[in-house]
Write a protein of this length. Structure first.
Lengths: 220, 220
């Protein structure tokens, strides 16, 4: 089980425009949270704040009751996947995945990496430079990081459009990973433009604002 | 510390995948320095006198050459986000990137400089001093340069801005680096120049990674 991430009165602006304000939510272990909102409503900004890449203009985030900046184990527990896949064009799929997992302090043996790429259906492409892979295949390589964590202590996954560029089989595969992660006591915060309906999972929906400058953000 | 080593290893591997890009700075260094005898004239006494200054100016310019790609690639493909959301402190990430810049563009200059010394007919004792001054000065250039690269991340005209930010800061290194060899050549002690180069290196090693990490936090 991972700790609870609690957001209190979170406000984020872009320039003078208020993206969302006084947003309260909790990411519980064993719970999946679908962040919804129109284009430009601040979903990515909120994910970046949760990942610690950006600062909120006001409000605070607590990890197990401790502010994020002082929570020492937060980064070790966090898996963030943004719009960009974080893969280098000149490295092979295998090398890219190896670098990312080692960087995050979770090195795995090559067999594990290969198995994770296999789970995502890209094992046959593992020795090709990332530059030769299609968008969907790159996304699958980046998402293989999730498939690697099936035996680790579950943490918090923050995923920005994880189903982007994936085909139906890929979407089903990633949904399976999310469900498995949540059932093991992990927490997930993600955005998606396709409907997600995992069976038997508590799905919390969080809505960012549709109209800039108005209040009313909160749980739907 | 471990993550620093992983980032370094990856950068060296990436450079080995694109040898033509990696060799650019040292080729630029040798080619521009060897143009001077053609422009200034073949008088050996004149060349010997201006050699330290020429080698140092060319070293300064060629270490600027690869700066705008230092963070830009990692920024656009999402690798930088991954580094900053990992458990590694941003200051350690900035330090590792500065070391990798020095390894890939500073160290080759030091290794190539004896050839230029011979080209300008410098005596062996002065060539040794030239190498020593570059060995002490180029790490400072990489540290200051990575600060400039982080500050201009994601901006248009980044290459020009880096020059405008970093060149004024590097002038002391240029003065004391070239001055060390020049003062030895006229029979004065050069210890003072080396102490000052060492002091500049210590100062930038302590300050630049912290400032670079702060700049990365704003830019990413």
């Amino acid at each position: 089980m991972c700790d609870v991430l609690r957001a209190e009165q979170l406000t984020v602006r872009r320039g003078t425009e208020v993206l969302f304000q006084a947003l309260d939510f909790e990411l519980q272990p064993g719970q999946m949270t679908w962040l919804r909102g129109a284009n430009g409503s601040g979903k990515t900004s909120l994910l970046r704040v949760v990942a610690g890449l950006a600062q909120a203009d006001s409000g605070r985030l607590l990890w197990g009751g401790v502010p994020l900046s002082q929570a020492e184990d937060y980064r070790a527990k966090l898996t963030y996947l943004g719009h960009a896949n974080g893969l280098k064009d000149d490295l092979t799929a295998m090398e890219s995945l190896e670098f990312l997992t080692a960087l995050h302090g979770r090195p795995y043996r090559p067999e594990r990496l290969r198995a994770a790429l296999g789970h995502m259906g890209v094992a046959h492409r593992r020795t090709l430079p990332v530059r030769w892979l299609s968008q969907g295949q790159r996304r699958r390589v980046a998402l293989a990081r999730l498939a690697l964590q099936t035996a680790d202590a579950p943490g918090l996954w923050v995923l920005d459009e994880p189903f982007d560029a994936l085909d139906d089989a890929g979407v089903a595969c990633v949904q399976g990973l999310l469900v498995q992660h949540v059932q093991r006591g992990g927490a997930v915060l993600f955005t998606s433009h396709i409907p997600v309906a995992p069976p038997g999972i508590a799905l919390q929906t969080l809505q960012t604002l549709q109209l800039p400058g108005t209040t009313g953000a909160g749980k739907a | 510390m471990n993550a620093c080593w992983i980032i370094l290893q990856r950068d060296v591997r990436l450079a080995s995948r694109r040898p033509s890009d990696a060799l650019m700075p040292v080729v630029f260094f040798v080619v521009t320095a060897s143009l001077f005898p053609l422009g200034v004239g073949p008088e050996p006494a004149t060349l010997r006198q201006i050699a330290p200054g020429i080698v140092w100016v060319c070293a300064l310019l060629s270490s600027m050459l690869s700066l705008n790609t230092l963070y830009a690639g990692d920024y656009s493909d999402g690798s930088l986000e991954q580094m900053l959301t990992s458990n590694t402190h941003p200051v350690a990430v900035a330090g590792a990137k500065a070391v990798s810049h020095w390894l890939l563009s500073g160290l080759p200059l030091i290794l190539a400089s004896p050839v230029l010394g011979l080209l300008f007919d410098l005596p062996p004792s002065q060539i040794a001093l030239l190498v020593a001054s570059l060995a002490l000065g180029t790490p400072t250039l990489s540290l200051l340069g990575s600060l400039g690269a982080a500050l201009t991340l994601g901006l248009r005209n980044a290459a020009l801005l880096i020059l405008l930010i970093v060149l004024p800061l590097s002038i002391p290194v240029l003065i004391f680096g070239a001055g060390a060899v020049a003062s030895y050549a006229v029979g004065l002690p050069s210890d003072g120049h080396f102490y000052l180069l060492g002091a500049l290196l210590l100062l930038s090693a302590l300050g630049a990674p912290v400032a670079t990490a702060a700049a990365l936090r704003i830019s990413v």
